[in-house]
Design a protein around this ligand. Sequence first.
Ligand code: GLA
Length: 384
Amino acid sequence: MHDPSVFRSMHRERFEAEPAIFVAPGRVNLIGEHTDYAEGFVMPAAINFATLAGISPRNDGRIVVYSENYGEQRVFSAVELPGKGIGHWSDYPMGVAAVLAGEGHTIPPFSLTLWGDVPLGSGLSSSAAIEVATAFALLSLIGTAYPGPVLARLCQRAENEFVGASCGIMDQFISVNGRENHALLLDCRDLSFKLAPIPADVALVIANTMVKHSVAGGDYKTRRGESEAACAVIASHRPGVRFLRDATLEDLEQWGHEMDSKSLLRARHIISENLRTVAAAEALCKGDLEKLGRLMAEAHWSYSRDFEASCVEADAMVELAQDLPGLIGARLTGGGFGGCTVNLVEQESAGQFAEALGKRYAERVGIEPQIHICQAASGAHRVE
Ligand code: GLA
């Protein structure tokens, strides 16, 4: 995370006002991909890459947002908030302001500085971190608060309704509710969760393929549509099935022939991924790391072959990790089509693992990857 005292002076110099500072983390998902919008299970952890949001009130009726990452400032009227995003970084903070206004809050004029070290567009939820940090900042200025799950829903709505990306709840939820040294098994149906401790001798090694990914891009939406089409076929026979969460592999055997072939594959991924995710959480809680690793490998290939959401580079990153000493499990994490792999690695081998993987990947793919050894961090909070 960037240094909050440097951040404080940055805001002070630009806006001549003392900011209240909040931090919201990015995340890595250990398992459970494209299951959240099907009301299924996911198992993410918040990470020690985060966005800082500094806020101070203004008295000129304006909202001024500045991003240190983009080196750019935007000005809006606090009384006439934009209704929709324009494909710009400011959509994320302004989307949050618009959703809170829609909830009946009067949005006061404010200055906001944003500065993050979550790699952008790499499947580590840089956008959720911005939304959640902004929401914490803005709510403190308004003088109110929401329970974590409700706040996560509001931030998800900013992304769905304002930014126009049809994401599920996972990223915003974990950014709000993450716990140090833990992953969360989240039930995306009722937002109940169980903590799964990550043992102290296990490292989270995150390997960035450097291939860009975007949830706002078309592929995410296409996959979601294909899987929902499969669900509709099952629901026409079993009306109790509202989401793929309710469906079984037997349903696919019985009615799969009525689906187009892509939809059948997408559904097979989601239904089997839900089973793997619950089993993986159990394995992690019991300390059965071998089983966890096996489930992560199965999840990767299901994501790559059935869901077709991987890419050559991510498949290579997973393959190249397989025989490195210390590996417990590896898979592509996040929305897909590029981004990062998550590798669970024995802590004592993590440094060498990261170095060897980086070298192998550069040789094979011809791209220099970024590899980070991370910790599971706590969710969003105020920084004193
Ligand atoms: C993105 C979305 C999430 C989730 C994942 C895939 O990160 O924002 O809601 O659907 O992709 O698991």
